[in-house]
Write a protein that binds this ligand. Structure first.
Ligand code: BG6
Length: 300
């Protein structure tokens, strides 16, 4: 049975439909009175989210690859079970395997208020065990309403503690990276990945982008707000179960080295990632479940 035929039983006519997307990847298109969204089963990847009457909230690169084994550039890559390069085996894929694995649909429904709920699930398989020899169930619960709510749920089905990092690596669509501010991180400590992993403290309540920025903020549960002065739009990122926030913009030189990213696209995106990484990595007891949630909404 083809992937599409297997998923058609979940469809909600005119609201949630499966089709073959770019690169032959199976996509779920959601069109409700509240919002539209595009979600790939490849990576459980929310690629588009647009509340009705709003401009798109998420940035997607026009140069993104759409292929088995490759990460999608933009939207919300799901990062698990390690963040960035693997700590002891740098030859392993950056940011783990969740973003390049094919997930299954576990549930799909529409609420009376118009929000659409989808749960995607990833179980260990030969490929994940070769990279990471642990047992788990990973679920990505997505609610498409006036806000986009995403919850990454990790269940430890093994007999030993599970240690992992995770991130909802959200790319936001902005008018001009040089003009926006990220608020909410004043006083938080961060690892500056552009300065030899130096530990620093955020000195201002208006984090602005003036060069390549790659900051891993630790021990912060703060709500972050992206203020887009050109459009007057704010994007609010609320989170729970997440102690880290990663802020990233590759700027000019790094953008030029990225094959799946346009040379000028750094202007129109920034990442504010809901995460548990580095010293905030999670240790989960056998049988236990951990939930990390992000809620994104546009405001004016
Ligand atoms: C960010 C990291 O989260 O992701 C950066 O902090 C990294 O260091 C970026 O460059 C993009 O990673 P990738 O693997 O998608 O190119």
């Amino acid at each position: 049975m083809s992937s599409l035929a297997a998923h058609s039983r979940w469809e909600i006519p005119e609201i949630a439909t499966f089709s073959e997307g770019p690169g032959g990847l199976t996509q779920l298109l959601i069109t409700s009175p509240l919002a539209s969204a595009r979600i790939f089963l490849h990576g459980a990847h929310v690629a588009e989210f647009q509340p009705t009457g709003e401009a798109p909230v998420l940035f997607m690169s026009a140069e993104s690859l759409f292929a088995s084994g490759k990460a999608i550039r933009g939207g919300v890559p799901v990062i698990f079970p390690w963040f960035g390069a693997h700590s002891s085996r740098p030859e392993l894929p950056a940011h783990g395997f969740a973003r390049t694995s094919t997930w299954e649909v576990e549930a799909l429904s529409a609420r009376p208020d118009g929000a659409v709920l989808v749960t995607l699930r990833l179980d260990p398989n030969a490929a994940t065990r070769a990279l990471w020899p642990h047992e788990f169930i990973l679920r990505h619960e997505i609610i498409v309403g006036t806000a986009l709510e995403m919850t990454l749920v990790v269940e430890n089905t093994s007999t030993a503690p599970l240690v992992f990092e995770e991130a909802l690596h959200t790319y936001f669509a902005i008018s001009d990276a040089r003009e926006i501010a990220v608020r909410g991180l004043h006083g938080a400590e961060y690892i500056d990945k552009t300065d030899n992993q130096t530990c620093k403290r955020e000195e201002t309540d208006f984090l602005r982008f003036t060069s390549e920025t790659d900051r891993v903020f630790l021990q912060t549960e703060a709500v972050c707000t992206l203020e887009d002065t050109q459009t007057g739009r704010r994007i609010v990122v609320e989170k729970s179960g997440s102690a880290s926030t990663v802020v990233w913009n590759p700027w000019i030189a790094k953008a030029a080295t990225m094959r799946d990213f346009g040379d000028d696209e750094w202007l129109h995106m920034c990442c504010v990632e809901t995460a548990n990484v580095a010293t905030d990595a999670i240790t989960l007891a056998p049988g236990a479940t951990h939930r990390m949630a992000a809620r994104l909404r546009a405001a004016h």
